[in-house]
Ligand binder design. Structure first.
Ligand code: MN
Ligand code: MN
Length: 436
């Protein structure tokens, strides 16, 4: 697609799901109706469920745009829907201009240099929010768009079974049914047909299944990779458990995640089986309150956003506060070596939380939810380290490997601004006297 400087891309997240694609197409339609040259784009191929939905309502599959680098020195404009985390969007998003965000997830780490339109509502789907925007703008909703909106809504709320469902979602679905001429039964039949189209994984490779709906999420600021599959046939997936575990082990090592999970959600039983590979298995038992066994079934668990993420956020806090300094050796990574006697380690992302840096937002909640203070000095220069000694007067072992990548190799990023860290330390040490 030739990029014209007036074009505004409307994009959902990587590994597009039905809500993301339906919201991109619908938002682009709405923006066009209000005079903007908006085009829906994808960050990857559509899944089977979404392919079924687009075909059903006769909507062409949007084009995949691999990056949003400037064209002839001009920044491309992008509206993000259904996400607001760097880990879920274009790697080159920093080179583009984000002009609007429409989403229903937790506030993520994306920051902008200028004010933008930002609509975030805790509703069951981005499509639900868009329905309201059509109404506010007095733009009529054609059947095609109504079909997409109801599909995104039903897909994200699992036909209202997900705890993310709100009364607004049900009301909007009923209004969309009117446009479509659907009875309630038609809607339920359609939802089951849609889930069925999306949930047969017979003959699909382990890797493809895992990445169908995979997200990297900063949970309590710890990089965590969570895949979810919704299926009416869990047997097929669970019979390949060992292959999934092998793959997840490799994948986690490659990405440097603390935890990688595959949540296999049984739509009929309304619960999920969990497969996982973790640096420390206790994280799983702390989060789901069951033994950390593979394929453990968690009754009622259907939502990654509303259940998995908050449960694991809390579990990370518990795990970290149970870690004694001598245990750090077991959870440390690669090249970073810590003296067990370091009295106060402080996690750089926590330390950096006062700085308005996109990689460093969201850390204060982490420290307040029970992390011991810890410093990851990987990537700090020797000069900074000496400054640290002067300011704080405690001893640390310098990591062998330094430089911008030292942090990455141990699963953490490097510490870019030492002074912020030092100032934050003084503040945090006050908050953390009990832990010390
Ligand atoms: Mn989504
Ligand atoms: Mn969504």
């Amino acid at each position: 697609m030739a990029y014209d400087i007036n074009t505004v891309y409307v994009s959902g997240h990587r590994n597009p799901d039905t809500d993301t694609v339906a919201a991109s197409v619908s938002a682009a339609y709405l923006k066009k109706a209000t005079g903007l040259s908006a085009v829906p784009v994808l960050q990857g191929p559509v899944n089977k469920e979404t392919a079924f939905v687009l075909e059903k309502f006769g909507v062409p599959v949007p084009e995949i745009v691999p990056d949003v680098l400037p064209v002839d020195g001009v920044k491309r404009k992008v509206i993000l829907v259904d996400h607001q985390e760097y880990g879920q969007t274009f790697e080159t998003i920093g080179e583009a201009e984000i002009v609007e965000i429409i989403d229903h997830h937790k506030i993520g780490d994306i920051t902008t240099s200028a004010p933008i339109w930002f609509t975030n509502k805790p509703l069951g789907s981005t499509c639900t929010i868009l329905y309201g925007m059509f109404r506010e703008n007095n733009v009529e909703i054609p059947k095609q768009i109504a079909g997409l909106l109801i599909s995104g809504l039903l897909s994200d709320t699992l036909l209202f079974k997900s705890p993310t469902t709100t009364e607004t979602d049900k009301k909007v679905a009923a209004e969309l049914c009117q446009i479509l001429g659907f009875t309630e039964k038609d809607m339920e039949d359609y939802a089951m047909e849609m889930f069925k189209a999306g949930s047969s994984f017979v003959g699909v490779s382990i890797e493809d299944i895992f990445h169908t709906d995979f997200k990297e999420i900063g949970i309590a600021d710890i990089k965590t990779g969570i895949a979810q599959v919704l299926t009416l046939d869990t047997e097929d997936i669970l019979s390949r458990q060992d292959q999934f575990l092998d793959y997840m082990k490799k994948f986690r090592a490659e990405k440097g995640y603390f935890l990688t999970m595959l949540v296999v959600t049984d739509i009929i039983r309304e619960g999920s089986y969990i497969l996982f590979d973790a640096e420390d298995d206790r994280i799983v038992s702390l989060a789901v309150n069951k033994p950390a066994e593979q394929a453990v079934f968690v009754d009622g668990l259907v939502s990654r956003k509303k259940q998995v993420v908050p449960w694991f956020t809390e579990a990370y806090g518990k795990l970290w506060s149970s870690v004694r300094p001598s245990d750090w050796r077991s959870i440390r990574r690669g090249s970073v070596d810590w003296k067990d006697s370091v009295p106060l380690l402080f996690f750089y992302r926590t330390a950096g939380c006062l700085q308005n840096d996109r990689k460093q937002s969201g850390c204060l909640p982490a420290i307040l939810s029970g992390f011991p203070a810890c410093a990851v000095m990987a990537g700090c220069s020797l000069k900074n380290l000496n400054m640290m000694k002067q300011v704080q007067g405690f001893s640390v072992t310098l990591p062998e490997k330094r430089g911008p990548d030292a942090g990455r190799s141990c699963g953490f990023h490097s510490c870019p601004d030492f002074m912020t860290a030092a100032v934050s330390y003084l503040y945090l040490s006050k908050c953390l006297t009990q832990i010390l």
